[in-house]
Design a binder for this molecule. Sequence first.
Ligand SMILES: *Cc1c(COP(=O)(O)O)cnc(C)c1O
Length: 465
Amino acid sequence: MPLHKGPQHDERPVSVNPFLGPANPVGDMTEAPPKHRLPDTPMAPSTAYQLVHDELMLDGNARLNLATFVTTWMEPEAGRLMAECRDKNMIDKDEYPRTAELERRCVAMLADLWHAPDPAAAVGCSTTGSSEACMLAGMALKRRWSGRGPARGARPNLVMGVNVQVCWDKFCTFWEVKPRQVPMEGERFHLDPEAAVALCDENTIGVVGVLGSTFDGSYEPVADLCAALDGLQERTGLDIPVHVDGASGAMVAPFLDEDLVWDFRLPRVASINTSGHKYGLVYPGVGWALWRDARALPEELVFRVNYLGGDMPTFALNFSRPGAQVVAQYYTFLRLGREGYRAVQQAARDVARGLAERIGALGDFRLLTRGDELPVFAFTTAGDVTAYDVFDVSRRMREHGWLVPAYTFPANREDLSVLRVVCRNGFSEDLADVFAEDLSRLLPELRRQPRPLTHDRNAATGFHH
Ligand SMILES: *Cc1c(COP(=O)(O)O)cnc(C)c1O
């Protein structure tokens, strides 16, 4: 989110179409509202609605956005429930005890889904998204470290792959924790367990494993990471907890990769987060953070709010927050069940695999991943392609309405630039066909370019986290 500035040069008022005034169009026209100042007078609701509505027409078509992981389609029933809950404030547990109860049930379902050893002992909460959930989990790790009595002046550090989502850079900056990042190496685009352990010391508050790297959709080897940390503990006595950032994968792996052990089955995994609004299949505004037991979440961080004459423990950065997304999450859990989630995620993975294969077969591209972990894949231009690059592809696909981000990898693979496709519920086999056709139709033109033509690479591409 840009940090917006105040009025700049463009102070022209909003232009009002004469048709928009309900009874007296001229009245509303002469009161052309300013853009950067609160208007002096009110206007008719229908006029205001139309003005805002029209301006938003220029936003992209969310369904064609292959850059985002965030849910862009829900059933009308979910939309109706959310509209019914627009006025519910999540923090008013006393006023909305049933909403609080639905949140509690969601936490219980996730504790069970992620194999908490004792689901009744697991603690968790809803958040605005994975970013807030990661802040909370990171704070718990930091507080546990400081509870161990570090040396005076010791600075805490957090170990992770260089491919982590930007929320971990934020966590480290906001909470003054030193990030220690394992670089990429050759064809390894995420964390390596041994390289992570080599960065650990007595001031390491934890290691983050990402289930579903945003860079290429690959799962990090969480079980191997835990085993490597077990080895470190045997050698040195250092007992370093793992947090799994399962923003996407924690709602994919339990349904499609049941044999993959990445969750609370691993005793070293202290906490897990997910984005309810990614593969949790809810519109933006909900995430989840869970700790394996109360010991993993220091009591000092927990605040209490009024609840039916008693008090309820809460852990959150925000105070007020909409309840609608939590209700929608419960609706989706109830509506789909395990089988439903499996079917939806399998469909997304099938689309991702199929599309990756078609793109691989075009001959111009080299696949880095194939959509068989997260339903996400990254690809780059083949070694012999010199006429165009991934930034050209991204820019030209935009002409067909597709938003496909192109970006450069971090250390030590800054030489590598890729395109990434995120397949979500709603991106159907049919849409994938159209995408593949649009891409192959572009190739002859791209091949005729004298050289790559996109100069402003940052402008060419959408966000990639
Ligand atoms: C999306 C994502 C985040 C941030 O999640 P939000 O819900 O957008 O705040 C954090 N980590 C990973 C791995 C992600 O994919």
